[in-house]
Design a binder for this molecule. Structure first.
Ligand code: SAM
Length: 324
């Protein structure tokens, strides 16, 4: 078992496989970033080796993310190889959904069990304004196809931002009910370049929950996965709504994850800039045991909790290059 210095069991690895993305979400990037050079991005065989070693230490859950993971060629190969490790019980994907519709069956057959799709507006024009791309219909088609392909549950991740999409919370509830998906509202976090984030634009989970309760009965969901989201059932539907509150509450005691960035750094805490360069070992001829020792040490360095919510420091990397 992989445990950190505070006795948390770390069994979840989030792997960002690229920093490239086909959307330009306004709150994520101002377009001034430079891409990680190709040769610095971990190759599939390096990712697979690292996942295999992490699995031997106790990791059971892997999520592939980015950037946009579907931008990377032959994702099915990576999924198959991770599935073949045998001890990974849960392989999932976080995607903007734009290109999912065309490959979802292939990905499912390669071992993908479930998917999280990011969607910040249910209005086509607003979607285009937020993301810079008129791809709302493609995302809707992808959600439909993911359901038909039997991926379950389908989670829709929605960052609610003041003055942006905060008028759509109830529409998202209707969407969750009609489409029988889990909509999870996520608080706006301070990542990326200066100017992208302002504290005043955070809509807290408590505020949203209260607004939703004025219209809908919410019943705590017992079946929800262990995870950061507080999930609720919605009357008369298999849909659910959840709240993820990294800014307004401390969910650190429950944290079971570490991250691998596209350029091969282990990031034990999303809210800390501390990173551990495992690529140097993978490319430097280290033995599996050497890499395992490095992963154990990175896990031990995981901080007990993020900085106080009132004093969150901006992290230099954007979510795009960390892997959201
Ligand atoms: N391209 C994939 C997608 O869209 O799901 C994966 C990467 S994207 C960076 C992952 C998630 O991070 C998205 O749901 C996005 O909305 C979220 N995200 C980006 N910047 C954020 C921020 N500052 N606060 C909260 N969530 C953010």
């Amino acid at each position: 078992m992989l445990t950190d210095s505070f006795n948390r069991v770390i069994n979840y690895l989030r792997v960002s496989i690229t920093d490239r993305c086909n959307l330009r979400c306004r709150y994520c990037t101002d377009g001034t970033f430079s891409f990680i050079p190709h040769e610095e991005i971990l190759r599939y065989e390096e990712i697979i080796r690292l996942v295999r070693i992490a699995a031997s230490l106790g990791v059971r859950k892997v999520r592939l993310t980015g950037g946009e993971p579907l931008r990377r060629k032959d994702l099915a190969f990576l999924l198959k190889e991770i599935d073949a490790i045998g001890s990974i019980d849960d392989i999932s994907l976080t995607t903007n959904g734009v290109e999912l519709g065309t490959s979802v069956e292939t990905l499912r057959d390669a071992g993908l069990r479930r998917v999280n799709i990011s969607l910040d507006s249910l209005k086509r024009e607003r979607f285009a304004y937020i993301t810079g791309v008129d791809a709302f219909d493609k995302v809707m088609r992808s959600i439909r196809k993911a359901k038909l392909a039997g991926l379950h549950p389908i989670k829709i991740n929605t960052v609610i931002i003041e003055g942006f999409n905060d008028d759509e919370a109830l529409d998202f509830i209707d969407f969750a009910k009609t489409w029988e998906v889990q909509v999870r509202f996520i608080e706006f976090m301070p990542f990326g370049n200066e100017g992208l984030w302002e504290r005043s634009r955070i809509i807290t989970s408590a505020y949203l929950e209260e607004a939703i309760r004025r219209v809908h009965e919410l019943h705590p969901s017992v079946s929800s996965d262990k995870g950061p989201a507080k999930m609720f059932l919605l009357n008369g539907s298999a849909g659910q709504v959840g709240f993820i509150s990294p800014m307004s509450s401390h969910i650190c005691s429950e944290c079971n994850r570490i991250r691998l960035t596209p350029d091969g750094k282990i990031k034990p805490c999303l809210f800390s800039d501390a990173e551990y360069d495992v690529k140097a070992l993978l490319r430097g001829g280290a033995s599996d045991e050497g890499v395992a020792e490095f992963v154990r040490a990175a896990v031990k360095a995981k901080p007990e909790r993020k900085t106080e919510a009132g004093a969150v420091r901006k992290c230099q990397r954007s979510m795009r290059s960390i892997g959201g």
